[in-house]
Design a protein around this ligand. Sequence first.
Ligand code: ATP
Length: 241
Amino acid sequence: MEATVKVRQVSKSFGQKTVLNKVDLHMEKGQIYGLIGPSGAGKTTLVKMMVGMDVPDEGQIEVLQTKMPSLPMLQQIGYMAQSDALYTELTAEENLKFFASMFKMGRAEQKQRIAYAAGLVNLTDELRKKVAVYSGGMKRRLSLAIALIHNPSVLILDEPTVGIDPELRQSIWNELIRLKTSEHKTIIVTTHVMDEADKCDQLAMVREGEILASGTPEQLRQQYHAANLEEVFLRAGGGTA
Ligand SMILES: Nc1ncnc2c1ncn2[C@@H]1O[C@H](COP(=O)(O)OP(=O)(O)OP(=O)(O)O)[C@@H](O)[C@H]1O
């Protein structure tokens, strides 16, 4: 099957520091990919390049057979960054409308997408509030809703559930699983939460800019003779998650 996201021999340095070193990854439709690894391993740098927010020094990234960065491709990608980029003086609904207006969508579809995304993150009753009065977790939830607003075929989520309570975290994961199964989305998440990593179809363990190991959670457990992913992480030399 043709890969949805193809990372080929990608390297990136900031000054003297090599942050990614010849990374190769192939991601297919209808799967959830987890990027795990210690803080500073290079996960955010990698996903930013997939979205086209940064460019590799060497190598190439293609999303849906298109070399990134590509402006038209942004219609197909939903990105949730680690820090929230929201208009705090606007209400949540105004934020959602603003981001929706950047994509090709009719009025009825816009309304329906806003209702869906707000419902998914449990913000329907809070939509009229200014984002300035939102808690950290509510802002994360709104950021996730914005990432989904244009029904993208590729979802790239950088630590999407940080600051979100366990019940909502579970319902978000249920929805991510539905999106990949029923709508064949390609979903890429970075996470430090090992029980979330276990829900991924494929994992890539990133450390010091390299992919140390990749495979299904079960393959990684077997490879490292580990009872759980926490142990895999530690045995792969990750230190604290
Ligand atoms: N714009 C930048 N300029 C200089 N250094 C940077 C820049 N962006 C990232 N780095 C460095 O690159 C390294 C990798 O950072 P990155 O954010 O990709 O790690 P990460 O794996 O996502 O970490 P975390 O799990 O803490 O989010 C870090 O040492 C970071 O300081």
